[in-house]
Every structure is written in structure tokens, then in C-alpha cells.
Design a protein around this ligand. Structure first.
Ligand SMILES: NC(=O)c1ccc[n+]([C@@H]2O[C@H](COP(=O)([O-])OP(=O)(O)OC[C@H]3O[C@@H](n4cnc5c(N)ncnc54)[C@H](O)[C@@H]3O)[C@@H](O)[C@H]2O)c1
Length: 358
């Protein structure tokens, strides 16, 4: 491998330019973006010009076959995560794949198998755990300060936040709505803090009564209400092998008081905590000492300018150090398996098994 990791981008849209390419550009001594591929040549050319990338492809397969790439970001819509990821891994190329890892657990299993067989890194782009609150809480919990965390309430709730760009309202290309798109962030964050226990079953319910309604306003741009095929609200209860339970709420549209809530409440035997992924005073901890109750606000939470950049840097460093994936594909598989069970449960009305066998 060349000294610098030679990076290619597959899908040069919003998240590629706004997070991945920006992130790689911050570490020019460690990596170089050598090529970009997008079905839309105009988008690929714009991205290449913006980031000074020499080679542009409309077919990512040609880029993978060039022999000039050590690692790729897969930043296409969800339906197009699986094929480029597997093909890259099979070609001996490391992959940072956007979230959710796949449309469903069956796809995620194929991707994890390709990573295992190739020995290359498959990292899922779940940046919240790289945030200041993520780092602080993980350390605080690992030091035993919260005791056993047996319940969490995870919320990713937007009031009027249907993405008006891309294909986020198209179930066929995304696999689902807010549950799979933003619920994935808060569920990963919560599971990360709880040490990723193994899920066993889940029950859930989804609705689509608001997203289709042309009478309602939307804060994230306009979109065609008749093309809205995903849920606008999802709730779930997930049970884990260790006895813990997570309740999850996720919406693109919901009548509640904040434009966007991204938080988790953790209930432990020694302490509880309210944790937001961003914002001022993101953490409040609830404890008891000498029969007195305390509400604590940590003041030295690590400062992380961009969790997106931190995830990209972690990817490159893991490649250079021959380390494990900083966000393993198997975490992505667990998330997909939980979503499969929640969507199925909404249809059947039953509690469903979460199948993470691999
Ligand atoms: N981590 C985050 O916070 C975050 C935020 C936004 C989006 N995302 C994820 O990033 C992915 C892309 O979202 P986006 O907002 O950038 O979408 P986007 O529509 O802005 O960009 C996707 C790009 O992929 C290209 N593309 C589609 N199929 C392709 C193919 N087969 N080969 C090459 N290019 C192809 C499209 O032409 C488009 O330019 C999704 O999986 C989404 O869930 C993650």
C-alpha cells in the first residue's frame, strides 16, 4: 500500500461532500482522494472540482478496477450500499459505508461476510458515538458510575423534518423512513453506551398519516406528498438477552414541542442520565449519595468540532494501524435486524424475534 491511503468516493451527493470529503481533506498527510464516482456526471465533476480530485467515473466498478484505490466511502442511497461495498471488499479495498448499513439484515449479513472473508475494514458511518457527549458518557459508564443500565428511552423526533432532497421518502430506495434514517443514529448511540447487548425480540408500530398530507408544512424543503411511501412516525420496544429494554421513538413529522430532539435517557442502578448528542449542556446525570439526590452537569465534556470528521479520521487511522473497524459492520447488522423486526411487528401486530445470527 502507498504511504498515504488512496481514497475513492462512491456517490458524491450531500453527505459525501458535506462530511466524508471534508473529513478526508483535513488529513492530507494521511490520505489522498484520488477518484470520485457518481451516476450523475455533473455531481461527480462538481465534487471533483471542489476537492481537487483528478479522476471522475460514472461507473464505480471502473474505479474499483483501476488498482489505484485502497479505501472507499460508500455514500449512495441505502439501496445502493450493498453491491459497491461487497465489490470493494472483494477487491481488497476498505469500506466506510453510510448508515444504515443496508436495507435489511439479510443484505447486512452478506456485507459482513465479505468483510470477514476479505480481512478488510468495514466501518459503518455512525458518527454520533464520536461526539463529545458520546465519548464522555462511554467513559463515565465504563468506569461503573451508572451501575447496570436496564432501560433506555431513545428519541429521534422531528416536528416537520421530512428531507425535501434525495430519495428519503422513497421506501423502495431507502428501506424505510425516520426509523431507519434518524432512529438509526440514536439507537446506535444508546446501544454503544450500553455496550451493544444482544437483541432478542421487538414490537413496534409505524404510522404514515402526516407525511402524505399536502396541507401540512415542512421545515426541510418541499417534496411531492403523493410520492411519500415511508412511515412518518415509528415507535418500538426492543428486548435484550441481558434483560435490558430500549424504547425507541422516531419521526419525520410529529406534533411535539421541539424542531428536533436527538436524545437518550439512560436508567441505571447507580445513576440515570439525560444525554443529547449536540447542543449546550447536553448531559445531565441523576445520582444519590448519603440519602441526598443530586443532578450533575459535567463541565469538561470533550470538544469535538465535527463527529463526521472524527469518524473519517478513525477510519483512515484504523487502516494505517491495521486495527479493527472503529464502528464494526456487525453493529450495523444488529441495527438492521432490529428495524426488520420492528417493521414486521407493525404489520403482524405481534412481538417479533430479532435475528442477528451470523
Ligand atoms: N451520517 C449521516 O448523518 C447522514 C446524513 C445524510 C445522509 N446519510 C446517508 O448517506 C447516504 C446518501 O445520502 P445523501 O443525503 O448524500 O444523498 P444524495 O441524494 O445527496 O447523494 C447520493 C448520491 O449517490 C449517487 N448515486 C446513486 N446511486 C449510485 C450508484 N449506483 N453509483 C454511484 N453513485 C450513485 C446519486 O447520483 C447522488 O449524487 C444515505 O445512505 C443516507 O442515509 C447519512
Amino acid at each position: 500500500m502507498a504511504d498515504k491511503v488512496r481514497v475513492g468516493i462512491i456517490g458524491a451527493g450531500g453527505i459525501a461532500q458535506g462530511a466524508h470529503m471534508k473529513g478526508y481533506a483535513t488529513i492530507p498527510d494521511q490520505c489522498e482522494m484520488v477518484a470520485v464516482a457518481d451516476l450523475n456526471e455533473k455531481v461527480a465533476n462538481e465534487a471533483a472540482e471542489k476537492f481537487g480530485i483528478k479522476k471522475v467515473y460514472t461507473d464505480y466498478r471502473e474505479m474499483l478496477a483501476s488498482g489505484e484505490i485502497d479505501a472507499v466511502s460508500v455514500t449512495t442511497p441505502n439501496k445502493f450500499h450493498k453491491d459497491p461495498t461487497i465489490e470493494a471488499l472483494n477487491a481488497g479495498i476498505h469500506v466506510l459505508c453510510e448508515k444504515p448499513l443496508a436495507m435489511n439484515a439479510a443484505e447486512a449479513k452478506e456485507m459482513c461476510a465479505a468483510a470477514r472473508d476479505s480481512g478488510k475494514i468495514l466501518q459503518v458511518a455512525l458518527q454520533s458515538r464520536f461526539s463529545g457527549p458520546g465519548r464522555f458518557m462511554r467513559e463515565y459508564i465504563q468506569a461503573g458510575n451508572m451501575g447496570e443500565i436496564y432501560f433506555a428511552r431513545a428519541q429521534a423526533l422531528r416536528r416537520r423534518g421530512v428531507p425535501g432532497w434525495g430519495v428519503f421518502i422513497d421506501k423502495e430506495k431507502q428501506g424505510g423512513g425516520p426509523l431507519i434514517d434518524i432512529g438509526v443514529h440514536i439507537l446506535d448511540f444508546t446501544l454503544f453506551l450500553m455496550g451493544y447487548p444482544k437483541p432478542v425480540s421487538a414490537s413496534g408500530k409505524t404510522w404514515d398519516m402526516m407525511g402524505k398530507n399536502p396541507e401540512l408544512t415542512n421545515n426541510f424543503g418541499d417534496y411531492d406528498r403523493s410520492k411519500f411511501t415511508v412511515e412518518d412516525f415509528a415507535v418500538g420496544m426492543i428486548k435484550f438477552e441481558n434483560g435490558a429494554v430500549i424504547s425507541l421513538e422516531s419521526s419525520f413529522m410529529a406534533n411535539q414541542g421541539e424542531n428536533e430532539i436527538m436524545k437518550t435517557q439512560l436508567f441505571g442502578t447507580k445513576a440515570g442520565a439525560n444525554v443529547r448528542i449536540w447542543g449546550d449542556d447536553p448531559i445531565e446525570i441523576y445520582t444519590e449519595e448519603n440519602k441526598q439526590l443530586f443532578d450533575l452537569k459535567p463541565r469538561n465534556i470533550p470538544k469535538v468540532d465535527s463527529p463526521h470528521t472524527a469518524e473519517v479520521v478513525a477510519f483512515i487511522e484504523a487502516i494505517q494501524n491495521g486495527a479493527e473497524s472503529p464502528v464494526p459492520g456487525l453493529n450495523g447488522l444488529i441495527l438492521n435486524a432490529i428495524f426488520d423486526a420492528l417493521y414486521k411487528s407493525s404489520e403482524t401486530g405481534n412481538e417479533e424475534k430479532v435475528d442477528v445470527s451470523f
